[in-house]
Design a protein around this ligand. Sequence first.
Ligand code: 0O2
Length: 268
Amino acid sequence: MQTHMWREILIPYEQAVKELVIKFESIARENKRLGKYSPIEYVTGRVKKISSILEKAKKKEIVLSKIEDEIEDIAGIRIICQFVEDIDRVVELIRARGDMQIKYEKDYIQNTKQSGYRSYHLIVYYCVHTALGEKKVQAEIQIRTLAMNFWATIEHSLLYKYGHNIPSSIRKRLVKSAEAAHMLDQEMSKIRGEIMDAQDSFQYKSNIIADILNNIQNIKNASEHSLEAEQIQEEFYRLWEDGNIEKLVAFNKRLDIIAENHKAQSLQ
Ligand code: 0O2
């Protein structure tokens, strides 16, 4: 197949990866913006390299005309979570969506691979609209914890280095470190509640501070008496140093009213 043909084939996959990454990232961002815990820590995506597609096709004896049907991970998305429990929440989110249809799921967390690999995989159908028209493509979504991802990334680079002939001493070490990563996930799950509480209150406080700064900016823009804005700013610094969240919330409510009054006056 010629290079320009490949380029044409891969365009919808590139589009799918871009859109899916944005969609999952916005779930994380919206949760954080609302001061809620996000089951998604971060998201990455890639389109499989032509050389890797050809290697996989050769290994699995797939003819070129069947590549798009049978190689399901030309578009690949990876969703990284903090805790194992978050993985189920992300899977539920995907199952509930109307813009992705699940072809099948593979649970390598309940059924850990012999290598030690753990992850939850979904193969989905996703529709893209490009300059070449509408197309339904397949994408592989891998969902894993930070610990699972750490292990898989290291193991993947060793696979790359040694081909599939990783020396048995290293293989054994990898199996042991997969067990250690599994234990780390289990330990983290036990203190999940406390970690989530700490993260929630941090997020809540940073959202309040962002709102306050936004209000101060609006008051500054609208106020002819910059003294008022300066006094407000000084009061904010005092409250910020004090760090009492209830006082910051009450202060922000006061600023909401002042900002609303300024807005009403400017409309008169
Ligand atoms: P890459 O370079 O990440 O794209 P199978 O024939 O079923 O074994 P298949 O059909 O590719 O293989 O499905 P599978 O096993 O679900 O693997 C899909 C992807 O999961 C792999 O893609 C890897 O990304 C990841 N994966 C699966 N097993 C392992 C493992 O033991 N270690 C690591 N690090 N990753 C794994 P590719 O195309 O193999 O690789």
